[in-house]
Design a binder for this molecule. Structure first.
Ligand SMILES: [Zn+2]
Length: 476
């Protein structure tokens, strides 16, 4: 009897081992990645026959798992891009939840760069690793037999490498507020080099604690980040984040030969990837099961750039300044100008308003004797506080935006010296100004021209300032 119990226990253990052992899962992952990076698939460039083969492979697996389709008769969601002509295809599978119109999206892009100069760019880490992980996360969840609370969407995105068109297509299809989290896997095959980075934990209340708990359980090294790093746009979370959905992006860093033909399947850490897959499957189910995990409303700086709202930052500018005397047609000599201070702006859609509080230091050379303007000059230096006010129009399309501002300014003299009597003494100055600028995430760069006008309306030397300033600024 005892022996039988032991045998049953051993049999159970070996069955568990067969289903749950990492080598089984890692072998499946290896099979996916070896196929996706094979010569036949020639780098899976979006819109090519080889790219279609990769899409077919994902579709085949979704179908075998018995995933449902989403808003289509088939798993394919075709779309076009503005960058390249052709037909592109996301592959989307679904497990229906009890609350059918609230979603958790698990995504990974399956396209890569194709062939360049006769060399295949295999894209094993980028992003056959994420695609393979997506298939296995879907399998683990589906085979658990659990009916989730949210509808789970498994999305293999096409055309990421040419501008994240696939993720954009799906994100735009999902109603605002309908996604609890979008979990993205992009370059997850190099755990051997360190930890799994989980970026964006601050977008979801309670996420960090949950992730640490799951990582500990699976003995998975994780490096949680509140928000995604880096200025540049990098991955498929962006269109979701810009729609206000919480996002987590998972990667094992940029250790692999990024966008090089050497990113091959033999370098992938399959055991590590298997651990990640189990962790992500569990994380997905845990978020699904835990009503306390809710969107925090916080969004990465890089994703909020160009979005509506208030921004405050610091700015430093350098340029030139000269004086002009309309009454006598005398033009002073141009010298330097420096500006330092705070910048504040509010944007809604394509329009906004901006202001600031600037220390404004200007120099110019003016005639020592106005009766003899071509004679010797004298340096006039002023220290001022200047408050610009502009209305602005902005492209507001993405992480890069261009803007134009038109308005005026008020400037108060703090101190001044040089020039002829009274020149520096005019304490209040106002005028017109305009700016053109470019913003990349938190950083802005702009050129401003300022035209003093108030002296036209006051007695005295009638001196008007003209400034041209180039400013570099940073929003906090
Ligand atoms: Zn990628």
């Amino acid at each position: 009897m005892r022996r039988l119990t032991l045998t049953v226990a051993m049999l159970t253990a070996s069955l568990l081992f067969a289903f749950g052992a990492p080598d089984n899962l890692s072998q499946r992952l290896r099979n996916h990645i070896e196929y996706l990076t094979s010569e036949e698939l020639a780098g899976r460039k979006a819109g090519t026959p080889e790219g279609y083969l990769a899409g077919d492979y994902v579709r085949e697996h979704f179908s075998r798992l018995g995933l449902l389709t989403f808003e289509r008769a088939d798993y394919f969601h075709n779309f076009a891009t503005t960058w390249e002509s052709g037909v592109f295809r996301n592959v989307v599978g679904r497990i229906e939840g009890k609350e059918s119109d609230s979603y958790i999206v698990i995504g990974a892009h399956y396209d890569h760069l194709g062939v360049k100069k006769g060399e295949i760019y295999h894209g094993a880490d980028d992003n056959a690793s994420g695609t393979a992980a997506l298939l296995e996360v879907a399998r683990l969840i589906k085979e658990s037999g659990h009916t989730p609370r949210h509808t789970l969407l498994f999305a293999a995105f096409d055309a990421e490498e040419i501008g994240m068109y696939g993720s954009h297509d799906l994100a735009e299809r999902l109603p605002k507020g309908s996604v609890t989290v979008m979990i993205n896997m992009d370059m997850v095959g190099w755990l051997k080099q360190g930890a799994l980075r989980v970026e964006g934990t601050a977008t979801l209340n309670g996420a960090e604690e949950l992730i640490s708990h799951i990582a500990e359980k699976h003995n998975l090294a994780v490096a949680p980040q509140e928000f995604e790093r880096g200025i540049a746009t990098a991955t498929d979370t962006e269109p979701f984040a810009k729609r206000g959905f919480p996002t987590l992006t998972l990667n094992t860093g940029s250790n692999s030969p990024y966008h090089k033909p050497q990113d091959t399947s033999d370098q992938i850490d399959y055991e590590g990837l298997a651990t990640i897959v189990k962790g992500v499957a569990e994380l997905t189910m845990a978020i699904d099961n835990t009503p306390e995990i809710t969107p925090s409303g916080r969004i990465a700086r890089k994703h909020s750039a160009g979005r509506d709202g208030l921004d405050m930052g610091i700015a430093a500018g350098f340029g030139s300044n000269y004086a002009l005397y309309p009454s006598s047609a005398i033009v002073g000599k141009e010298l330097g100008a420096v500006q330092l201070g705070l910048s504040l702006q509010y944007v809604r859609g394509h329009f906004g308003a901006r202001t600031g509080l600037l220390y404004d230091h200007r120099k110019t050379i003016v005639p020592s004797d106005m009766a003899n303007p071509s004679g010797e000059g004298t340096k006039l230096i002023t220290h001022r506080v200047t408050i610009p006010v502009e209305v602005m129009a902005t492209t507001n399309l993405s992480i890069f935006s261009y803007y134009l501002g038109v308005g005026g300014y008020y400037s108060r003299l703090l101190s001044g010296h040089g020039g002829s009597a009274g020149m520096a003494a005019n304490p209040n100055e106002w005028g017109l100004q305009w700016s053109v600028g470019m913003r990349v995430a938190d950083i802005f760069f702009e050129a401003t021209r300022r035209y003093g006008l108030s002296p036209l309306y006051s007695a005295g030397d009638n001196m008007m300032s003209r400034s041209a300033i180039c400013t570099l600024g940073l929003f906090f």
